[in-house]
Design a protein around this ligand. Structure first.
Ligand SMILES: [Zn+2]
Ligand SMILES: [Zn+2]
Length: 156
């Protein structure tokens, strides 16, 4: 469609309005021009999209803070389960790891010491180095609040 972008903007907006939401989101992401032109989806729209085949096939979920559909691997496992799962009662409370770690006002949820499981792997917002890293497990198999690197260093 070499001439598609030469159509007037009104037509682009009209075309987008006829697309199913999943396609509309993708259409919007095809170039900077369309990204600016087509309205950002609302949180409600994203939550509705979540239960479509389009979203299931891509394994994406909505984040309440960055208002994006993001791959499952960018959320802590417990954000994708039970009431926070797809179409769950609390799915509107779900947020991605990135948003959880960012100290933006009112949105920081994961403080130092936070332990997260992501796709079955243990991560920690390390109490010592304050980095988000694979977490250390103690001799009894319990999750610690330190990363693997810090845990191995002998205490002085
Ligand atoms: Zn987010
Ligand atoms: Zn550390």
């Amino acid at each position: 469609m070499p001439n598609f972008l030469h159509l007037p903007p009104e037509l682009h907006v009209l075309i987008a309005s006829f697309l199913p939401i999943g396609d509309r989101l993708q259409f919007r992401l095809t170039c900077a021009y369309l990204y600016e032109l087509i309205t950002r989806p609302s949180h409600e729209e994203l939550l509705l999209t979540e239960s479509t085949d389009w979203a299931r096939n891509r394994d994406v979920y909505a984040c309440r803070y960055c208002l994006r559909l993001r791959p499952a691997g960018l959320f802590a496992d417990r954000m994708l389960r039970r009431r926070r799962g797809r179409s769950g009662r609390d799915s509107d409370k779900r947020f991605c790891i990135e948003c959880g770690l960012q100290p933006r006002e009112g949105t920081a949820r994961y403080g130092p010491g936070a332990q997260l499981t992501i796709q079955g792997h243990f991560y920690v917002f390390c109490l010592s180095c304050r980095r988000f890293q694979p977490g250390a497990v103690d001799r009894l198999g319990r999750h610690t609040s330190e990363c693997v690197e810090c845990w191995r260093q002998p205490y002085s």
